[in-house]
Design a protein around this ligand. Structure first.
Ligand code: ADP
Ligand code: MG
Length: 263
């Protein structure tokens, strides 16, 4: 049961409501929807379907892990969900808005207000310090956030590195700045591409915990990884192989607490 399931259930079981608990899937709003999405790339004269007739509905309050080997289409999927890329066929709905044929301007507006991204290769601004990179996340969304840039950097364990530039930071430190910058937007759709790829196990768990805490009513977190262990903490695991969904459901052995993960 997800966080939102629990909240909805407790609402209905609090005494005032008499009757069956309604279908929770229907009670929750749809955050992301891909209908028959195919994304083809041309490579050396051949067409490759990086995504091949993909159908996904993601509801508010879900922590989703997208699992698959290298080249299976994970980054392409995230780019489509995050309005960074358009599709060859099919339909994409983000935050209730059909973005399939949206203009560049409209896509940019949705990215600014709705989506936050932790890029696989971090994409920090080289001329900005760690703190300024995170501040940028706040400015771009233009939303008042609970925490300052310094507080977010402290949360990711970078309290002593705030005024360093990206080239003065290790890969793992840069990755954590990228996570803090994504959190700084406060945007409801958080997409993270291999967010623990550069981190040692302990730091990785701490970052996953932080990402898990971002899930809630009206919010979703989608983490892409090739690490099967991470999938165990998900509400839902979507597995990709050669651009196709080969599995979509709760973790096989049930969901576990992030602190029990080990790799
Ligand atoms: P993953 O993130 O799972 O490693 P990707 O989504 O990056 O997979 O890539 C899926 C497939 O699409 C791969 O075969 C990759 O080579 C191909 N691909 C991805 N991006 C491009 C691109 N811009 N041009 C051509 N082929 C691409
Ligand atoms: Mg990738």
């Amino acid at each position: 049961m997800t966080l939102v399931d629990r909240e909805v259930r407790s609402l209905y079981s609090s005494g005032s409501y008499v009757g069956a608990v309604p279908d929770l899937q229907l009670a929750r709003s749809n955050m992301l929807e891909l209908k028959d999405v195919t994304k083809a790339y041309e490579s050396g004269g051949n067409l490759i379907n990086a995504l091949d007739q993909v159908n996904i509905h993601i509801y508010e309050g879900e922590f989703v892990v997208v699992l698959g080997p290298s080249g299976s289409g994970k980054t392409t999927l995230l780019n489509v969900m995050g309005c960074l890329d358009t599709v060859t066929r099919g339909q994409v709905v983000v935050g209730g808005q059909d973005v399939t044929n949206a203009s560049r301007g409209a896509l940019s507006e949705i990215r600014r207000k709705t989506v936050s991204f932790v890029f696989q290769s971090f994409n920090l601004f080289p001329a900005l310090t760690a703190r300024e990179n995170v501040q940028f996340g706040m400015d771009v969304a233009g939303r008042k956030t609970r925490e300052s840039a310094a507080e977010l950097l402290t949360k990711v364990g970078l309290e002593g590195r705030m005024d360093q530039f990206p080239h003065q930071l290790s890969g793992g430190e840069q990755q954590r700045v990228a996570v803090a910058r994504a959190l700084a937007t406060g945007n409801p759709v958080l997409l993270a591409d291999e967010p623990t790829g550069e981190l040692d196990f302990r730091t990785g768990v701490r970052i996953l915990q932080l990402l898990g805490e971002q899930v809630g009513p009206g919010r979703v977190v989608i983490v892409v990884t090739h690490n099967r262990e991470i999938a165990r903490m998900a509400d839902r695991v979507i597995e990709l192989s050669s651009g196709k969904i080969v599995r979509d459901g709760p973790p096989q052995d049930g969901r576990v607490d992030v602190n029990t993960l080990f790799w």
